[in-house]
Design a binder for this molecule. Structure first.
Ligand code: SF4
Ligand code: SF3
Length: 573
């Protein structure tokens, strides 16, 4: 099979993965992911028709859209068998709404005038506007496989992928889809904690159903991209509410960096609910639990502090996992992205949950960690290896309540500027730029961080300014929302009319699609002059880049020296 994927920052030669993914994605899985997105557009097409006809969408079908989008995020699902199940479901759900719409139409034409008059009118108008309705229905809403199996899906997948990557409409469409993927991942985490906002789900339906069209308009796509940013702010707010309602407001916390002697389990990814379940199930079992990657900020939630076997953080960002997991004595649980293909040394002791899937890796269903705990008890002890502490927990509430202290430090000239260094880390060698920049910033600069990008500088010992750490960690990538709330508060307190007048500089590091959503959210909030790195997205065509430059003065990354000149030269309020 052939493939084309350019959705992440590590895409081959900054152009596109064509033979296999740099991430390890096979052409087959890449094709299945393209086809799943294609089917989601077909589902959304019928859902939006059904809604226009006055019928409701079932909550479990909204959920399927979230799961379908989430599963195609970089480093989530590498398993063709899992993809087949999703594909089968996608066709069933699509046909459910197709039938619902057609039956509605039939009932209305049979019943003449009825209480559904309005719906009948809408449907008839919609058909009249499109003299040949069959021509109007996109293939994604109608195609049927020759069989519900891998071969039939592979065959279809060949025809639905990206064919003309440099086209501006493709660029805008993919920008929108990647934003939707990020949105779906965050909405799914909120859903798991019983927080749902169907207005966001309706936006996903609207955007996907537009993307199902045969003809697309650049203006409409651009508007949808900005609307996606607006929904990005909303979904991060929703997830913030879900997390803080369940687990309390994060508090500044010093997390042990390393391990203590004893039986151990390592848990990585973003899903706090899986962590909750793991901690509950390990109570009284004499097994220590450590976080890895994006799970680190969990230590700052008051709820998790009650578990005295929740010891510390082991390792760094996702891309370091192979070496780190090999050296960890005990099972490892991946709750979300980013999973990499496990090496022989740990492939039998890594587990996946939720949407994460990897061939040959055991998947945990229904949050039942008994097998993981049994394995931990049978494993060798983890040796004592403590490397110090890591600061985390400066989320929205703490930042806002520290606003006065921060403003006083700014007004006293003790803090000259803030540099938001948030987003994703990746394995690119050039990423040392972020470490070097963090080290080179003057002592009166404060770094505001969120996401796994933090591992480039959160263990450097950059000190504090009158008790305020110079690396302020708001949490996971979705907690970038906290940084924006704090910036808006600062703007208000300093009586500024524009968020861009604050002495805040944005160094956003992206790798996967959640960071795309975070970027769109920042743009929606009017943040300008973002330096986006380490490489600009390959999926942005030159014309789309120009639009972003014109509207937002987005910049690429060149060198530490140049960034330092920019920051220190524009550093006063
Ligand atoms: Fe390549 Fe990234 Fe796509 Fe993987 S997700 S195939 S590395 S572009
Ligand atoms: Fe990292 Fe994968 Fe994006 Fe939530 S864990 S930020 S890359």
């Amino acid at each position: 099979m052939t493939m084309f994927c350019f959705q992440c920052e590590e895409t081959l030669d900054s152009t596109g993965c064509i033979k296999s993914g740099v991430c390890g994605k096979t052409p087959e899985v890449s094709g299945l992911q393209d086809l799943l997105i294609y089917n989601l557009k077909g589902i959304a097409f019928w859902m939006s028709k059904t809604k226009t006809a006055g019928e409701n969408i079932d909550n479990e079908d909204y959920l399927f859209l979230l799961q379908g989008l989430f599963t195609t995020v970089t480093n989530v699902n590498f398993d063709p068998e899992k993809m087949v199940l999703l594909m089968n479901n996608s066709l069933d759900i699509r046909n459910k709404y197709k039938n619902k719409y057609n039956n509605n139409l039939l009932n209305l034409s049979n019943s003449g005038t009825s209480s559904h008059n309005n719906s009948a009118e809408i449907i008839n108008n919609s058909i009249n506007e499109n003299s040949n309705f069959a021509d109007f229905i996109p293939d994604s809403a109608n195609w049927e496989p020759s069989g519900r199996n891998l071969d039939a899906y592979y065959k279809k997948a060949e025809s639905v992928g990206i064919k003309n990557p440099s086209d501006d409409l493709v660029s805008l469409s993919e920008l929108l889809i990647y934003g939707l993927k990020g949105m779906a991942a965050y909405a799914y985490h909120a859903y798991v904690l019983n927080y749902v906002d169907n207005s966001m789900n309706d936006f996903i339906v609207k955007a996907l159903s537009y993307l199902a069209n045969k003809e697309l308009s650049a203006d409409i796509l651009l508007n949808l991209v900005f609307e996606c940013g607006e929904n990005g702010v909303k979904v991060m707010e929703l997830l913030d509410k879900a997390n803080t309602t369940h687990y309390g407001e994060p508090v500044p916390t010093k997390v042990l960096n390393g391990t203590k002697k004893g039986k151990s389990i390592l848990i990585s990814g973003h899903d706090l609910f899986e962590l909750e379940e793991l901690l509950k199930q390990t109570q009284g079992k004499d097994v220590n639990v450590y976080t890895h990657g994006e799970m680190l900020p969990a230590h700052s939630y008051p709820y998790f502090k009650q578990f005295n076997n929740f010891i510390g953080n082991y390792g760094g960002a996702w891309w370091e996992q192979q070496g780190e997991f090999e050296n960890f004595n005990g099972p490892i649980v991946m709750t979300t992205n980013c999973i990499q293909k496990p090496t022989e040394k740990y492939k039998n002791r890594i587990f996946t949950t939720d949407m994460v899937a990897m061939p040959g890796v055991k998947h945990i269903d229904n949050h039942d960690f008994s097998e993981v705990i049994k394995m931990a008890l049978e494993s060798e002890d983890t040796p004592e290896d403590i490397k110090g502490e890591i600061d985390t927990g400066f989320a929205r509430n703490t930042l806002v309540s520290s606003a006065e202290t921060i403003i006083n430090l700014v007004q006293a000239g003790k803090i000259k500027n803030f540099v938001v260094m948030a987003g994703c880390d990746s394995s690119d060698k050039e990423r040392s730029y972020y470490t070097d920049l963090a080290k080179s910033l003057p002592d009166d600069s404060v770094i505001l961080t969120a996401g796994c990008a933090k591992y480039r500088y959160n263990r450097l010992g950059l000190g504090d300014i009158e008790g305020l750490p110079r690396v302020i960690d708001a949490g996971q990538c979705n907690d970038s929302y906290s940084l924006v709330v704090a910036a808006l508060k600062l703007k208000e307190a300093l009586n500024l009319s524009d968020i861009n007048d604050l002495p805040i500089f944005y160094e956003i590091a992206w790798y996967e699609q959640k960071a795309v959503l975070v970027l769109l959210a920042l743009l929606y909030l009017g943040v300008k002059n973002i330096r986006l790195g380490y490489k600009l997205p390959a999926f942005l065509s030159p014309n789309v880049v120009n639009i972003l430059i014109e509207k937002f003065n987005i910049m690429g990354v060149s060198s530490v020296e140049e960034s330092l000149r920019y920051i220190t030269g524009n550093a006063s309020v």
